[in-house]
Ligand binder design. Structure first.
Ligand SMILES: O=C[C@H](O)[C@@H](O)CC(=O)C(=O)O
Ligand SMILES: [Zn+2]
Length: 276
């Protein structure tokens, strides 16, 4: 578990490219045969990746959380971004095909990840937030997630947002999670940009070619910076920051939020003349 403290906008202004990347970019969540996690102090979310290639990989609190088990005080959303795999939750087995989501509620003690075919392993992405009560553990296949069409070809941002965990989908304490698919030849996400000072957000970019890059924009609207992102890398987006990107090729991303309210539409859109 890697620790990341929360930094503020005034400090962030002074950062070099390397410092920006160290604070906000998670470059190596996905490593074959490993489970890797980052603990962020923005709303205390844990972001992780697991690629089970041999035996199962266990979601473990280790000595970092100082709880007896990972979900003792937490809930978690998991999306498989690779070939078929299973998640075992206290003996109950959940199958996840590519793009399916599993939510596990507070208090479940043992969570393990497994691939159906270890030579072509599953790739589990997850985001966990603090929880105050147990909501039912539930799978939502991508086909049953609620789609919302946004953008247009003319603006190069024609895309569909699928919501998995939110007030009208899988219920949770504070975690919201979904996936955005761009139509072919559309490269912009979340432009016009927005901020929501009441919630932090995590972005995972994937389904990208090795040579493709996303230029992810962050920062206060009048003080933007960018991060150059490769396939299966994730971004911590502070509550004071925009989060928007443009790719050199098509890509998909998973967004997750945690924080004060549970209102997906709570977003303050940034006027174009205010972006600097
Ligand atoms: O607060 C909401 C999140 O930023 C995402 O839902 C935005 C997004 O997926 C998009 O516009 O493409
Ligand atoms: Zn947002």
């Amino acid at each position: 578990m890697e620790n990341r403290y929360a930094v503020g906008p005034e400090q962030t202004k002074q950062f070099t490219t390397e410092q920006l990347r160290n604070e906000f970019l998670m470059e190596s969540l996905f490593v074959s045969g490993e489970i890797n996690m980052v603990y962020s102090h923005y709303d205390r979310v844990v972001v992780g990746g697991a690629i089970p290639t041999g035996s199962t990989l266990k979601l473990d609190a280790g000595d970092f959380l100082r709880t007896d088990y990972f979900l003792e005080r937490r809930e978690i959303g998991i999306v498989n971004i690779g070939p078929k795999g299973t998640v075992n939750v206290d003996g109950e087995v959940y199958e996840l095909n590519k793009r399916d989501c599993l939510y596990i509620g507070l208090g479940k003690k043992e969570v393990t990840f497994e691939s159906e075919d270890t030579s072509n392993p599953a790739r589990f992405y997850f985001v966990s937030a603090l929880a105050h009560k147990e909501y039912p553990t539930r799978v939502l296949p991508i086909a049953e997630a609620e789609p919302t069409k946004l953008g247009s070809d003319a603006e190069s941002n024609n895309r569909t947002i699928y919501k998995y965990i939110h007030s009208e989908g899988i219920q949770s304490c504070q975690l919201m999670m979904g996936m955005t698919l761009l139509e072919p030849n559309n490269m912009w996400n979340t432009m016009p940009a927005h901020i929501h000072d009441r919630r932090m957000e995590v972005y995972l970019y994937f389904d990208m070619e090795e040579e493709s890059r996303v230029f992810h924009f962050m920062g206060q609207p009048h003080e933007t910076r960018h991060l150059v992102v490769k396939n299966e890398q994730a971004i911590l987006s502070p509550p004071w920051s925009i989060h928007s990107g443009v790719g050199t090729n098509n890509y998909t991303f998973i967004w997750a939020m945690a924080g004060e309210n549970y209102t997906f539409k709570d977003m303050d859109f940034v006027k174009m003349e205010d972006l600097k």
